[in-house]
Design a protein around this ligand. Sequence first.
Ligand SMILES: Cc1cc2nc3c(=O)[nH]c(=O)nc-3n(C[C@H](O)[C@H](O)[C@H](O)COP(=O)(O)OP(=O)(O)OC[C@H]3O[C@@H](n4cnc5c(N)ncnc54)[C@H](O)[C@@H]3O)c2cc1C
Length: 387
Amino acid sequence: MLPIDGLSEVEQLFVETVSRFVDGQVIPSAHDLERSNTYPEALINQMKEMGLFGLAIPEPYGAGRVSALAFAIISEELARGWMSLAGSIGSHTVISYLIDVFGTSEQKEYYLPPMATGEIRAAMALTEPGGGSDLQAMLTTATRDGDHYVINGTKTWITNAERAGVIGVLLKTDPHAKPAHKGMSLILAEKGPGFSVSRSLSKLGYRGVETCELAFNDFRVPASAVLGGVEGQGFRQMMTGLELGRVQVAARSVGVARAAFDAALAYSQQREAFGQPIWRHQFIGGYLADMGTKLLASRLLLVHAARAFDEGRRSDLEAGMAKLFASEAALEIATSSMRIHGSYGYSTELDVERYYRDAPLMIIGEGTNEIQRNVIARQLVERGHLL
Ligand SMILES: Cc1cc2nc3c(=O)[nH]c(=O)nc-3n(C[C@H](O)[C@H](O)[C@H](O)COP(=O)(O)OP(=O)(O)OC[C@H]3O[C@@H](n4cnc5c(N)ncnc54)[C@H](O)[C@@H]3O)c2cc1C
């Protein structure tokens, strides 16, 4: 792996530990777990022990928050072994970050210590059957009733939902607010009567970890479950969280692309056709050159976005560009790796076809790439310059 400037000594050691875990534990088992769509209990338990569920949680609630850069590189490492494992810490880290930044002291004290150890895991529920891009059109509501809110609605495509102890649900506390985002709040919901996982969804890739539909039917939560204790802040809070989430999706893309590229680079030197290693054929060499260039560009955009986030700057443009470019590159690199492997790329015995199935999620998740282009264009105009 290329060394990364800007990681502290502790973060560097963390990355190296994760890297060894990926080589020693993840890569040997991911293939079978993924094909059988088995929840990776043992690997998740090891990730808990390594502190990977506490990456955004500062002292005294956890062992200390790492930088967004370290979070990105750790996520990239996990994803080069198996993207689903990086996904399992994605929304958990976003929600723990939001609780730390916006939560009341009671919310921090109650949730952050068990979230740091992974004893409580979090999911993030934004998307609804009617749409995920136009969040302000969502239909899930929380109606105030004395000291409680009563929640009604359906969320879908919610990753980690079955095993989550807390779910950050974006909904409307004032469905008539104009603009709509001013009536949106983020509620920290724990399962109970009226709140159930109604369906587990079947997926092309990103298997092993669960993605589900959630049903809320007159589900009551105490008023203190609103993140930060004040209504109407949810959209703004979530947009901050999504900056970190998009950095992570870019990191997952780089991880998958790296695995696909490394496999192609090795195979193209072993496999011979017409009396020479296939990389010497101009087309294959050309693929490798394009793949390597896009992989490196993806990594550089990822590092740039993570640093912007760490500097406390508004970073939706940087995170959007990293996510857009890296995910499109991952899709292309996974496809090229499959081409280079010929028939073996199509075989379920190798991991190449998994990279090809996992890569498309990153063009959709945490805001589709069409939405990223909208965000980037608006920010370019607002900032008036890029470089
Ligand atoms: C495996 C998986 C896991 C997921 N996990 C989670 C999760 O944990 N939590 C969660 O909340 N969601 C999750 N999602 C949902 C994901 O965030 C949404 O799928 C995504 O935001 C897009 O929403 P949609 O699928 O409803 O598409 P739509 O919003 O219906 O969009 C359909 C198409 O129209 C395009 N489009 C829409 N509006 C515009 C526009 N203004 N300009 C240009 N094009 C536009 C979109 O880009 C897309 O191509 C997950 C999705 C998947 C597949």
